[in-house]
Design a protein. Structure first.
Length: 381
């Protein structure tokens, strides 16, 4: 999650008593594996449930995601979309369904916890009731699609058009990591060669029914390439609105086929109204506008403490309880996980300071999210 920018202060300043009383009256403590049932019932009514990451990849956040996915399964949710390179969608879905036994290296590195757990859960279900997985971000690197296609070829008879594409873009090496670097180097040297190879593959996909399952992957890769070009030439701020539009189009495509979705994305994407980041209309706001405010339930997930791979603490809540929302929620949680629903009118009327990882934003919590979750401890895989 990109650091937030502090918004302007409200004319009516909250007092420590205001925030402390509101949080202690509203907070719901829970243990891992026992998500607050009163909120599950409310969340289950939404068509799109969004879990917003404080930062990407903590294992405990992925475990919470699986917990929510299992709870929502009973109300008909069959699709989980993760914020990762869209090209990883097919390999990940085949893995969680049990059709393949291995994930691409990068997919496992960042999403192994959640994908392993969903695969295990699917193993207890009939095929028609299993949870499917997709990825909703652009392909930030040109090696993403070749890596996914190479993995696809392991599990199917080799296809001439795919083999030609992989050869043309420079996919070569003894390992996936080496091949990824080779594609990146070839792309940097001759980006037009990649585009030509992509167009040739697109023509083959259009004419060959055996490749029909790749149509969406190629559509998103063409769009991703356009965003990457803007990012490289004009910078991140110019590229972000285009990226958000692609993300929105991917989600809307899934909503045409699925009744309900569970999304796991960076916290910015979950904003119902804009208070942080570059785009003025993020994913949650777009979806609520298209499908109705009650169709979206957006949750921001934070941590009391985060540790790196070496075990050293890289972040801890050091705000003042009664002054900042997460610090006050931490006080109310008393060492447990806690959920703070903020859908009521009271939470939409009064601004409070909220610390999002390293920066603080002052806003009425209920105008931006539907709930906050605080997990006690997290660590990076």
């Amino acid at each position: 999650m990109t650091p937030a920018k502090r918004s302007g202060a409200s004319a009516t300043k909250p007092t420590p008593t205001d925030l402390r009383d509101a949080v202690h009256k509203t907070a719901l403590g829970f243990e891992p594996g026992a998500f607050p049932q009163s909120e599950v019932d409310k969340v289950a009514n939404a068509r799109v449930v969004m879990l917003g990451e404080y930062v990407h990849t903590p294992v405990e956040h992925q475990e919470l995601l699986v917990e929510v996915a299992k709870e929502l399964h009973a109300s008909g949710t069959r699709w989980v979309l993760l914020e990762g390179f869209h090209a990883q969608s097919q390999p990940a879905d085949e893995y969680v369904s049990g059709r393949t036994a291995k994930l691409p290296v990068v997919t496992r590195q960042y999403f192994g916890t959640v994908l392993d757990a969903l695969r295990l859960f699917n193993g207890t279900l009939p095929i028609e009731e299993q949870i499917h997985v997709g990825f909703l971000d652009i392909n930030h690197r040109p090696s993403a699609l070749p890596a996914a296609l190479a993995h696809r070829e392991v599990n199917r008879p080799r296809h001439k058009a795919i083999a030609s594409f992989l050869s043309d873009v420079g996919w070569a090496g003894e390992s996936e990591a080496v091949a990824n670097k080779a594609v990146e180097a070839a792309y940097e040297k001759a980006p037009e060669t990649y585009l030509t190879a992509l167009r040739e593959l697109d023509a083959a996909v259009t004419s060959d029914p055996a490749l029909a399952d790749l149509q969406e992957a190629l559509r998103v890769e063409f769009l991703s390439r356009d965003v990457r070009e803007v990012w490289n030439k004009k910078g991140e701020n110019k590229a972000h609105p285009l990226r958000e539009s692609v993300i929105h189009s991917i989600v809307e495509g899934h909503l045409e086929k699925a009744n309900k979705l569970l999304l796991n994305v960076g916290g910015f994407h979950c904003q119902r109204t804009h208070v942080m980041g570059t785009p003025k209309k993020w994913l949650a706001e777009r979806l609520a506008a298209n499908h109705g405010p009650e169709s979206v339930y957006a949750v921001m997930v934070g941590f009391s403490r985060l540790a790196g791979k070496d075990g050293n603490v890289v972040f801890s809540q050091d705000g003042e309880a009664g002054v900042e929302l997460f610090a006050t929620l931490q006080e109310a949680a008393n060492g447990k996980a806690a959920m703070l629903p903020v859908r009521s009118p009271a939470w939409r009327a009064q601004p409070f300071p909220v610390r999002y990882f390293t920066d603080t934003v002052e806003h009425a919590p209920g105008n931006v999210f539907d709930a906050y979750i605080l997990l006690p401890d997290g660590h990076f895989p």
